[in-house]
Design a protein around this ligand. Structure first.
Ligand code: EPS
Length: 399
């Protein structure tokens, strides 16, 4: 499977004592503090349409391994986020849950594990786990930041409200402005007019006792060309990003670059025509979303994740009581009405993890000091870096 230099695992239940994360493979010498991680965790807690749980939690990651005197040592980084809500669940009888919510892991978890009640798998299936992904992603983001790579994201659709469809921009400045604009409203949309309509759509969903999904766009800027690979399916950067985004709870679709809408065009309008800017090879468009042939081309990497409306709805859905063996309606439990604005930092975290790994696979090294000269020596999209000699050749030639 995937060639990786970074590995991460999480553990912990939604209402258990804590979430645990281990991130292995981060080189030595990276400055990390809990405040850096907390910034992203705080962003995940905010967003219109969130549920009551976020009023209880104050997500903080304690670093319990791999960082000494403020810098990574090269050892696995261990992180712990306490669940403050655990206090309300500890040492009390918890009513059995026997009616699966369609769309959640209730039924499939019961089929897989044969648990005596549904909560035993839903506790782990909960999107609470994404808090730890954001913490792990913050470390990867710090590593990428050492090499100038920045990542951000914003919401492009909530329910039927969407920003104008367009090709992914090529210009970094457009993304930088969007990242900032998205943080200035409570639905994390870069377009203020669309943001206002999205807010209204979420209000309407709450009033209708329903939930809403949407689309998140994430972008990575200053990614060195050459990350990823075309030689094997599991080296392709687009495949890795797609898998990482698809692993986010409630994600039902991923696009790169122009994505699904792009296939309606003929080939002459589907690609990024190249031109020379001095010795630099560049393009005015970014339809490929920064990836050609599974390899980063140096343009902003742009991906979108479709997040479905949350499965826990105030209005009951038809289901089955698995204990009684009768038709039944789902029972409401606290949840978000629209998790999409809160999921932006989660998508950013997953992109950061994939790109930090791809950078380490490309550059190698056990410390930042080893990585820096190797990074500086990477080939760029520049005629001076490309040793093409235009001589004919043959398969089978030995000399
Ligand atoms: C979440 C915590 C959970 C859920 C939500 C995400 O807390 P609780 O179950 O106590 O309300 O609100 O998870 C889901 C939406 C889900 O379907 O699993 C969090 O920390 O983000």
């Amino acid at each position: 499977m995937f060639t990786t230099r970074l590995r991460f695992l999480t553990a912990g239940e939604s209402h258990g004592p804590s979430l645990t994360g281990i991130l292995d493979g981060v080189p030595a010498g990276l400055a990390i503090d809990e405040a850096t991680i907390e910034r992203d965790l705080a962003r995940r807690q905010k967003g219109f349409g969130g549920g009551g749980r976020m009023k209880i939690e104050h997500d903080r990651a304690r670093i319990t391994g791999g960082v000494l005197a403020g810098r990574t040592t090269g050892a696995p980084i261990a992180l712990v986020i306490d669940n403050l809500d655990h206090a309300a669940w500890r040492d009390r009888d918890i009513a059995a849950m026997t009616i699966p919510r369609p769309g959640h892991a209730d039924l499939t978890g019961a089929i897989k594990y044969g648990h005596r009640e549904l909560r035993l798998s839903l506790e782990r299936a909960s999107a609470r786990e994404t808090a730890m992904r954001v913490a792990v992603g913050a470390v990867c983001r710090a590593l990428l930041g050492e090499f100038g790579v920045t990542i951000g994201g914003y919401v492009t659709a909530i329910g039927e409200v969407h920003t104008l469809p367009e090709d992914p921009p090529r210009d970094d400045a457009v993304f930088v402005a969007r990242f900032a604009a998205a943080e200035s409203n409570d639905v994390r949309c870069h377009d203020p007019a669309a943001a206002a309509r999205m807010h209204t759509a979420i209000e309407a969903a709450i009033a209708a006792r329903d939930t809403l999904g949407g689309v998140i766009e994430v972008a990575a800027l200053h990614v060195p060309p050459g990350l990823g690979g075309h030689a094997q399916w599991d080296e392709r950067l687009n495949a890795r990003i797609a898998a990482a985004l698809a692993s986010i709870h409630a994600c039902k679709g991923v696009e790169i670059g122009t994505g699904f809408a792009g296939v309606a065009r003929p080939g002459t309008r589907s690609h990024d025509e190249l031109r020379l800017d001095g010795t630099r090879i560049t393009s005015d468009t970014n339809r490929a979303g920064g990836i050609e042939g599974g390899i980063a081309n140096g343009a902003p990497i742009v991906a979108r994740a479709a997040i479905k409306a949350i499965a826990t709805t105030l209005q009951p859905l038809a289901s089955v009581d698995l204990a009684a063996g009768t038709p039944a309606s789902t029972k409401y439990e606290r949840s978000d009405f629209c998790q999409v604005p809160r999921a932006v930092p989660i998508a950013e975290a997953m992109l950061a993890i994939v790109l930090a790994d791809a950078l380490l696979v490309k550059v190698g090294g056990d410390s930042l000091d080893e990585m820096r000269p190797r990074f500086a020596a990477l080939r760029r999209a520049d005629l001076r870096d490309l040793p093409l000699d235009a001589r004919p050749w043959r398969f089978g030639e030995t000399t």
